[in-house]
Design a protein around this ligand. Structure first.
Ligand code: 3PG
Ligand code: MG
Length: 392
């Protein structure tokens, strides 16, 4: 099976191209807060703009419920796209609107949120047919959405033949980087996994244990793992229903000889929002009335040492309550340590990517993924629905 790329597209001169992007960006009061995903789309947009007649870019935004909802309109993104691209972009207020068929050659359109139709998430065949209808070609460059079996990434792909569908440069680059983690990653391969809940990352964690030499665990999920080892974690966030899963992961790591590290010292507090007490404690000395909110300084150092010797690194998920400045040090320490290694480093997931930018080291990481969920699923299943739908 091969994955067709832009160079495989044929008969582009009069092409009307449906371009699926992931422009699911944070918007506050109608203003786009982060342009990373818009910028990531530019190479494919520019390449197509030089060669085809009409580009109709489309995306989902937020958790729209299958009906139009102004809170989730992509209109503010059209403005940003226009600025970033440096040419007019026409916003189409309905992703199935007639403008798709009538737009003049030379037009770049941005269609309204795909999730304003229930057929998008349902991968409904009729919705896919109507979405694809006016177009001669389909390009998917929405890496962040590649783990979703939705109409605009899966159903639509089936409606275009050879030479008429491809992935864009972003998907190509993301897949290349993640493949390096799956097929014979250079050892030592060190993974850093954090985030609040182990329940949302069980499968990726289980998959990573099979691949890595060292696993560094932080964030809320480490609390449940500590609890599984009989350590009392005070008022920390835990998921008691995940204790068996934690034990299974710990046992599997031990059986494989994987170095699975949990925090040995932590930052604890009485209240995340209005902390009166902030202390560093060894994990066997956590007061009942306090909760873990970050890695302690010794653990930061130990994790940084493990990263210093890594040949391959994958990081997903913050090490603490990173959005509160007082509890960001562990996450920032990981970002810096990752930037400092000579190994091949990949970061995925909104908060870890934010931390990389926050620490000012994004340009020292080999690959910053635009898809947290998608990159985790690729590492877990070695496949993504949107990619499978385009393979030939
Ligand atoms: C993301 O930001 O995670 C992707 O755009 C997918 O969005 P979703 O989680 O709402 O499907
Ligand atoms: Mg998500």
């Amino acid at each position: 099976m091969t994955l067709p790329t832009l160079e495989d597209l044929r008969e582009l001169g009069e092409a009307r191209v449906l371009l699926r992007l992931d422009l699911n960006v944070p918007i506050h009061n109608g203003v786009v807060q982060d342009v990373t995903r818009v910028r990531a789309a530019l190479p494919t947009l520019r390449w197509l703009d030089e060669r085809v007649a009409v580009i109709a870019a489309c995306s989902h935004l937020g958790k729209a419920k299958g009906v139009p909802d102004p809170a989730y309109s992509l209109e503010p993104v059209a403005t940003v796209l226009e600025q970033e691209l440096g040419r007019p972009v026409r916003f189409v207020p309905d992703c199935l609107g007639p403008e798709r068929a009538t737009a003049e050659p030379g037009s770049v359109l941005l269609l309204e949120n795909l999730r304003f139709y229930p057929g998008e998430k349902a991968n409904d065949e009729e919705f896919a047919r109507r979405l694809a209808e006016p177009f001669s070609h389909f390009v998917n460059d929405a890496f962040g959405t590649a783990h979703r079996s939705h109409a605009s990434v899966v159903g639509v792909a089936a409606r275009f033949g050879t030479g008429r569908k491809a992935v864009g440069f972003l998907v190509e680059r993301e897949v290349d980087a993640l493949r390096r983690l799956i097929s014979n990653p250079e050892q030592p391969f060190v993974a850093v996994v954090g985030g609040a809940k182990i329940s949302t990352k069980t499968a990726p964690l289980e998959a990573l244990v099979e691949r890595v030499r060292t696993l560094l665990v932080g964030g809320g999920m480490a609390n449940t793992m500590l609890l599984a080892q009989g350590i009392s974690v005070g008022r920390s966030l835990v998921e008691p229903e995940m204790l068996d899963t934690c034990r299974a992961v710990l046992d599997r790591a031990a059986a494989l000889g994987v170095d699975l590290h949990l925090p040995q010292d932590v930052v604890v507090t009485d209240d995340v929002e209005q902390p009166q007490r902030i202390e560093v404690r060894a994990v066997d000395d956590i007061p009942d009335d306090l909760m873990i909110v970050d890695l302690g300084p010794e653990t930061r150092q130990r994790y940084a040492d493990a990263l210093a010797h890594a040949a391959t690194v994958f990081w997903n998920g913050p090490m603490g309550v990173f959005e509160v400045d007082e509890f960001a040090a562990g996450t920032v320490a990981i970002a810096r340590a990752l930037a400092a290694t000579d190994g091949f480093t990949v970061v995925g997931g909104g908060e870890s990517v934010m931390a990389i930018h926050h620490a000012g080291v994004a340009d020292q990481v080999s690959h910053v993924s635009t898809g947290g969920g998608a990159s985790l699923q690729y590492l877990t299943a070695e496949a993504l629905p949107a990619i499978l739908a385009l393979e030939e």
